[in-house]
Design a protein around this ligand. Structure first.
Ligand code: DX5
Ligand code: ZN
Length: 219
């Protein structure tokens, strides 16, 4: 079994202190940093883009797990790669040619992630599972932090595990949205090995990030 990793979402961090917030995450033992990029079009919210990621990357040696909720995504892949993204995750609905976008990310020597919204079926990406590094299962409709976890997405994780066994492949399975100390266990049991968390990491236990990371990892 893969080691469980926590990817805190900086969407819930203090945006006026992002550099320090990333240092705080690093010191607390975060495995990577989840950066939510939103365009006000693919999702109804706007966040940050390449210049901010580039500036933050200089402050940290952590893995930048960049979740692109932008459409059309293809023409921006290069910019996020140049800014310092290590993992680039895209939504299949946000590109006209998923194969081409996957190839582009690989060509740039970045890890490729593909994300499934709660309503999106695995069939849409089934033919690409042998080529990608990570599947990001959305457990809320993307756009905002602090939403309620949708337990029905867990069955997609189980199906992905079955496909992995059948095909003898081993992409990471990441889950994102509404993760707390109760459902983290369900996600891990279902087969997720990377948990994204914003609200729980930054707000629980008076913002004790170290404790929150440990609690999320515990089964
Ligand atoms: C939602 C984002 C998530 C979100 C996680 O669109 O992709 O990364 O910020 O935050 P919480 O843990 O608060 O749901
Ligand atoms: Zn995200």
């Amino acid at each position: 079994m893969k080691k469980i990793k926590i990817s805190p979402s900086i969407l819930s961090a203090d945006f006026s202190q992002l550099g320090n917030e990333i240092k705080r995450l690093e010191e607390a033992g975060a495995d990577m940093i989840h950066v939510d990029v939103m365009d006000g079009h693919f999702v109804p919210n706007l966040t940050i883009g390449p210049p901010v990621i580039k500036a933050l990357k200089k402050k940290s040696s952590m893995i930048f797990d960049v979740h692109l909720m932008i459409s059309p995504v293809h023409k921006y892949i290069q910019a996020y790669s140049d800014a310092g993204a290590d993992i680039i995750t895209i939504h299949p609905e946000a590109t006209n040619d998923l194969n081409l976008s996957i190839l582009k990310i690989k060509e740039l020597n970045k890890k490729v992630g593909v994300s499934l919204n709660p309503e999106t079926k695995i069939e849409l990406i089934e033919n690409y599972l042998d080529k990608i590094d990570l599947v990001l299962i959305m457990s809320v409709n993307p756009g905002f932090g602090g939403q309620k976890f949708m337990p029905e997405v867990l069955k997609k994780i189980k199906t992905l595990k079955e496909i992995q066994n059948e095909r003898d492949i081993s992409f990471d399975i990441e889950i994102d949205g509404g993760i707390n100390f109760d459902n983290s266990k369900l996600a891990i049991e279902a087969g997720a090995n990377i948990l994204v968390s914003g609200t729980t990491i930054f707000k629980s236990n008076n913002g004790n990030i170290k404790k929150n990371i440990e609690l999320l990892k515990s089964k």
